[in-house]
Design a protein around this ligand. Structure first.
Ligand SMILES: NC(=O)c1ccc[n+]([C@@H]2O[C@H](COP(=O)([O-])OP(=O)(O)OC[C@H]3O[C@@H](n4cnc5c(N)ncnc54)[C@H](OP(=O)(O)O)[C@@H]3O)[C@@H](O)[C@H]2O)c1
Length: 360
């Protein structure tokens, strides 16, 4: 029996999840939630640019709750703990790329609600993706298997958001194009939320690797645009924020042990005072032995492709990390299943010539 999946939101990642689920014999799409009024009632296949699947999208949470399903693939732009609690309590497992990467760090009242919902529904919650996700959770833990001792673990992400076709996230949520005083954890609920999910990643690694950190320090360095830039039809004005370096450091007695260093720009003006790793993600483990891995998600190695295709590759990778996790999450014990708890998530299709042997 295929696992029945509900797709929650059909943005960059949601459409990739729909395409993947539609192709898999072990998964079946049985419902979908959309935020946009214009998509209400539309066929999920049509929304994902493939043949109709005979499954209609709804904007109504109660309708979604009434659907018999094994898992919800929760990929909205803005998150709601209330929604996730309702989904879990209705007996549906939840995988998400949007939050809940290390729910044990939630404020106690929220954690209690989440766990009570899991207990009531016999369900499991798993947050992952690319970063936060595989590169800041799964990969460091996998590489740590080759370590005798770890002294410091650093993930640097260098990305130009100009190619990310979600101007809402770039401008409204991340506040690129705003005045510098509007870009901080204090000035924006979303930036505080976003910073929180990377702090969760630092804590997840620190907990899983016994770093015993006693604080997480967050620094932000903002850089202003020297000229105007057109980003998918929205103008980022000279003098507004075009670079944000967010640096989250997990420290023990003042010494940084686990850090995520996000070097984010829009418009290609890379500041000369920032470090200059290659584009993409660079994971460095200092210790015995020291090791470094560089990750890029690409549309293809074979032929030149528009940058948008390479950026789309990152959305595919993000969505696949949780789609591929669905069988393991459905098998997991009720409650929280983090990247450190689940078995290694592998491709559910692989080469596609034979059914992959189920992991875990
Ligand atoms: N973990 C990672 O590695 C990683 C990486 C990148 C992004 N993310 C996160 O993953 C999620 C999905 O990213 P994406 O690129 O697919 O986002 P997106 O394309 O900007 O938006 C996703 C969808 O969310 C729905 N939506 C729009 N406004 C909303 C609102 N106010 N409240 C709730 N939902 C709303 C829309 O669904 P409909 O179109 O169906 O109406 C939209 O298409 C986001 O939370 C993003 O921050 C995670």
């Amino acid at each position: 029996m295929p696992l029945r999946v509900i797709q929650w939101a059909t943005g960059n990642q949601g459409v990739e999840a729909i395409r993947a689920v539609a192709e898999r014999p072990d998964l079946e799409l049985v419902g979908g939630w959309v935020h946009s009024a214009g998509k209400d009632g539309a066929d999920l296949g049509t929304l994902a640019g493939i043949d109709p699947l005979g499954v209609r999208a709804t904007r109504d949470l109660d309708e979604v709750l009434a659907i018999e399903a094994d898992c919800v693939c929760y990929l909205p732009r803005n998150t709601s703990l209330d929604e996730v609690v309702a989904l879990l309590a209705s007996g549906k497992n939840v995988v998400t790329t949007a939050f809940l990467f290390h729910p044990r760090t939630l404020p106690p009242a929220d954690l209690e609600r989440l766990l009570a919902a899991c207990e009531r529904g016999g369900s499991t919650i798993h947050g992952s993706g690319l970063n936060p996700g595989n590169l800041s959770g799964v990969l460091p833990l996998a590489l740590s298997g080759m370590s005798r001792r770890i002294d410091r673990l650093t993930l640097q992400e260098r990305a130009d958001w100009s190619f990310y076709e979600s101007t809402h996230i770039t401008f409204d949520n991340m506040r690129f194009g705003c005045a510098p005083e509007e870009v901080s954890e204090e000035a924006s609920d979303f930036l505080r939320f976003n910073s929180g999910i990377f702090q969760e990643e630092v804590k997840l690694l620190a907990d899983a690797l016994g770093a015993g950190i006693d604080e997480i320090v967050t620094d932000v360095d903002l850089v202003l645009a020297r000229e105007d830039h057109d980003i998918f039809g929205t103008v980022l004005r000279a003098g507004t924020v075009a670079g944000q370096r967010w640096h989250w450091q997990g420290r023990r007695q003042g010494r940084t042990l686990v850090e995520i260093d996000a070097l984010w720009t829009v418009g290609g003006e890379y500041p000369s005072h920032w470090p200059t790793p290659a584009d993409g993600w660079t994971l460095t483990i200092e210790g015995d032995p020291s090791m470094r891995a560089h990750f890029l998600a690409l549309g293809s190695w074979e032929r030149p492709l528009p940058m948008a295709e390479h950026v789309r590759a990152a959305s595919i990778a993000t969505a696949m990390q949780v789609v591929n996790a669905i069988p393991a999450v459905c098998r997991a014990a009720p409650g929280i299943a983090t990247m450190a708890d689940l078995p290694l998530i592998r491709s559910g299709v692989g080469f596609g010539f034979a059914p992959p042997h189920p992991a875990g």
